[in-house]
Write a protein that binds this ligand. Structure first.
Ligand code: FES
Ligand SMILES: [Fe+2]
Length: 394
């Protein structure tokens, strides 16, 4: 009699995901870790006299710039009776709610209550919930955590010291997802991808044809390790002329991508940084800031690069099936991937190290400690990363 062949779908246990590492709402383990760092919430040009809706870490907020040029970020729901300040009007001193005209400054102080006696004798007793913001590298950063734990906004050497002819540009078109703006899946699926070095020769180099550049199509040798603020992947590939390309890619907690140009437009230190912003549990977007020589061109293409590849937003469904990229692979994992169904292998070591580190840091915050990488010294020097594409003698 034939042996019973098991392993059918019927035997699969109910699927689950690791909520402590993926969910970002206030009061959740990862949500509290996230709220100990600054996050980009828009480009500098997004804060204007027209209120702009932004959703960050599951919170609905309104970004604006008052008549004195100061950016402000407040919760969307008006603290009077809850309509949205998206329909508010921006004035010299702040934002005025459309419903009963309460006026709030960029720190949520209520300056006027026009329906109340004397313009609101008790107006000092209310405060529109707000978050501190700072502008840097063309981006607006917000701190949404406990006020007494607010770290300094980090500065980065790769965005501070410019080579001749370079300037800093910022972008929100999610290059890491192939040109789409808001990806409909959990942020961690994208963040883990940065350390998933072996998907590069498969997805980007073989399955879908050359999506980056020929040298990146090679199966690399890879080593992963912890860094003082995240995890790095060190990979080597042979290039023509008996040289070896050494490529280091990093992530820094909680969301920073430190990824050298995969088109290898040149060799040297990393050119740009990308923040994987969790919009909520099932959407993320990427903000990028980098050293550029041409407005809007972050990643110059090197020799052997795929030149005819369309941007993700310009591709038809048929074209996406024929040559899937990061977007298809990561969104294809589901809105929040089921970790219980995974079978991690040796090539997933980077993913594993990152999950361990996130887990350690979530627990540290839960115990009341400061998480890795936060700094309270305003004089601290800019952070230096190892990341880059380098050419060495083999
Ligand atoms: S709801 Fe905003 S002023 Fe009344
Ligand atoms: Fe990729």
């Amino acid at each position: 009699m034939a042996t019973l062949d098991t392993g059918t779908g019927y035997e699969v246990k109910p699927s689950t995901y690791i909520a402590a590492l993926t969910e970002v709402g206030r009061g959740t383990p990862m949500g509290e870790l996230m709220r100990r760092y600054w996050h980009p919430v828009g480009l500098v040009s997004h804060a204007t006299s027209t209120p702009r809706e932004v959703r960050v870490l599951g919170e609905d907020l309104v970004l604006f710039r008052d008549g004195q040029g100061r950016p402000g970020l407040v919760q969307a729901r008006c603290c009077h009776r809850g309509t949205t300040l998206y329909y508010g009007k921006v004035e010299e001193r702040g934002i005025r709610c459309c419903y009963h005209g309460w006026l709030f400054d960029i720190e949520g102080r209520c300056l006027e209550q026009p329906c109340e006696p004397d313009g609101g004798r008790l107006r000092d007793r209310v405060r529109q919930p707000w978050y501190p913001v700072q502008e840097l590298y063309g981006l607006i950063f917000a701190y949404m955590g406990p006020p007494e734990k607010r770290p300094v906004l980090p500065r980065y050497e790769c965005l501070e010291s410019l080579d001749d002819g370079e300037f800093i540009d910022a972008d929100d078109t999610s290059i890491g997802s192939g040109g789409g703006a808001i990806a409909p899946c959990n942020w961690l699926q994208h963040f883990e991808n940065v350390l998933d070095t072996y998907h590069v020769p498969i997805l980007h180099g073989n399955f879908s044809g050359t999506q980056f550049t020929e040298v990146m199509n090679q199966m690399p040798k890879v080593k992963w390790d912890y860094t003082p603020r995240g995890v790095k992947a060190f990979s080597t590939r042979m290039v023509a002329g008996g040289k070896r390309m050494e490529r280091t890619t990093e992530v820094a907690l909680p969301t920073l991508r430190v990824v050298p140009n995969p088109f290898v437009g040149g060799y040297g230190r990393v050119e740009s940084l990308g923040w994987t912003l969790p919009i909520d549990d099932t959407h993320y977007r990427i903000y990028t800031a980098g050293r550029v020589r041409e407005k809007g061109v972050f990643l110059p293409k090197g020799l052997g690069a795929a030149t005819n590849r369309k941007r993700w937003i310009d591709m038809t469904e048929q074209e996406r099936r024929e040559s899937p990229g990061d977007w298809e692979a990561q969104v294809g994992q589901g809105t929040i991937t089921f970790h219980s169904d995974e079978h991690l292998a040796t090539s997933d070591k980077g993913v594993l190290l990152l999950r361990r580190m996130l887990n350690t840091q979530v627990n540290a915050v839960a115990r009341g400690e400061d998480p890795i990488g936060v700094c309270f010294d305003p004089e601290a020097p800019p952070i230096v990363f190892e990341a880059g594409n380098f050419l060495v003698d083999a």
